[in-house]
Unconditional design. Structure first.
Length: 341
């Protein structure tokens, strides 16, 4: 009997008992400037599609997270110095017919149509102000300016986020009405500043984020909230424990945060948790043997059970990790069936 992976994942996401714990991992397929130039060079999008397809065939995943690379360059921030309050106020919504939205929807449809009949698909969507961070850190390699803007121009920072949210919200609505995408993988992160207490976050950042998630939840039942600990950024997970950040599935950096799956289930009760592996270079997923990976999969299942749990990583795994490592994890998940020894 052929396993229905879509049904398996839905049961896990609905916090129901399953016979096999599903797995989901992902990595980028292009880096640097190519992540921002999909509109300018369609061959980049072809490369990304091919990368997803080869990864799918090699790793045998139970879900596909579709990367938004090629479209990380949100137009209003690309020709913007992003240094002053005035720069932030230059950021204005581009509207629903801009190619950044319409071409992105076509690209996602192309990806969904490759995998959607076999596995559930989720598109990576950065929270509005995170779009600015990604440009500064991934393209400019400036790891201080984002916090500088947040600390020195909070009102203008908020205003820019509200403008970006209009377009992200439109994008999500179009993705769900024009493709068969199953959900979004929505990326949020604390501002890495002591100034941004929960009160400050709720005042300046939260209003720029929650409409997108509300729209996603309106159209689809299966959306993933990713609390991003990439590059060892730390977060207070409780910022996202309220109803405004309600999702079926939660994913955070268990190793960076020092918050286990079990502890996280107390913060997000009766929810499915995705994670378990450190995603950093040199860790088990990168250097572990087949036997070590198999043993760790068994350990994760023993610790977290067959209800409301999907084996994954803290965040995207590095591109240069051999996809065969993910295949070993997939094979192990098929080995440890509930009730069998």
């Amino acid at each position: 009997m052929i396993e229905d992976k879509r049904d398996l994942l839905k049961k896990a996401f609905n916090n129901e008992e399953v016979n096999r714990v599903p797995i989901g991992f992902w990595h980028h397929f292009v880096l640097g400037e190519d992540q921002f130039k999909g509109l300018e060079d369609k061959t980049i999008l072809d490369k990304i599609v091919q990368g997803h397809l080869e990864y799918y065939k090699k790793t045998n995943p139970d879900m596909m997270k579709l990367m938004n690379e090629g479209f990380m360059g949100y137009p209003p921030i690309m020709d913007n110095d992003l240094e002053t309050a005035e720069d932030l106020l230059k950021i204005k919504s581009i509207g629903p017919e801009h190619p950044w939205i319409t071409e992105q929807v076509k690209h996602v449809k192309r990806l969904v149509d490759l995998f959607g009949d076999e596995v559930m698909t989720f598109y990576n969507v950065f929270a509005p102000l995170q779009v600015i961070r990604i440009r500064l850190e991934f393209l400019d390699l400036d790891f201080k300016k984002f916090v500088y803007l947040a600390e020195n121009f909070p009102e203008e920072f908020h205003t820019a986020g509200m403008e970006i949210q209009k377009d992200i919200n439109t994008l999500v609505e179009k993705l769900f009405t024009e493709t068969k995408l199953d959900g979004i993988y929505y990326c949020v992160q604390n501002i890495q500043s002591e100034r941004y207490t929960l009160e400050e976050y709720n005042k300046y950042i939260k209003p720029t984020e929650i409409e997108v998630l509300a729209t996603a939840n309106k159209y689809r039942d299966y959306n993933i909230l990713h609390i991003c600990g990439y590059a060892h950024h730390k977060n207070d997970l409780t910022f996202y424990s309220g109803s405004d950040y309600d999702s079926k599935i939660y994913n955070w950096a268990t190793f960076t945060e020092g918050v286990s799956i079990e502890e996280g289930k107390k913060i997000f009760p009766n929810k499915c948790i995705l994670g378990g592996f450190d995603n950093n270079p040199g860790t088990l997923i990168d250097k572990g043997t087949k036997e070590e990976l198999d043993s760790f999969v068994k350990q994760l299942i023993d610790e977290n059970g067959y209800k409301g749990y999907v084996i994954g990583a803290d965040c995207s795994i590095p591109n240069d990790i051999d996809d065969e490592q993910v295949r070993y994890i997939s094979d192990a998940s098929h080995k440890y069936i509930k009730g069998e020894k």
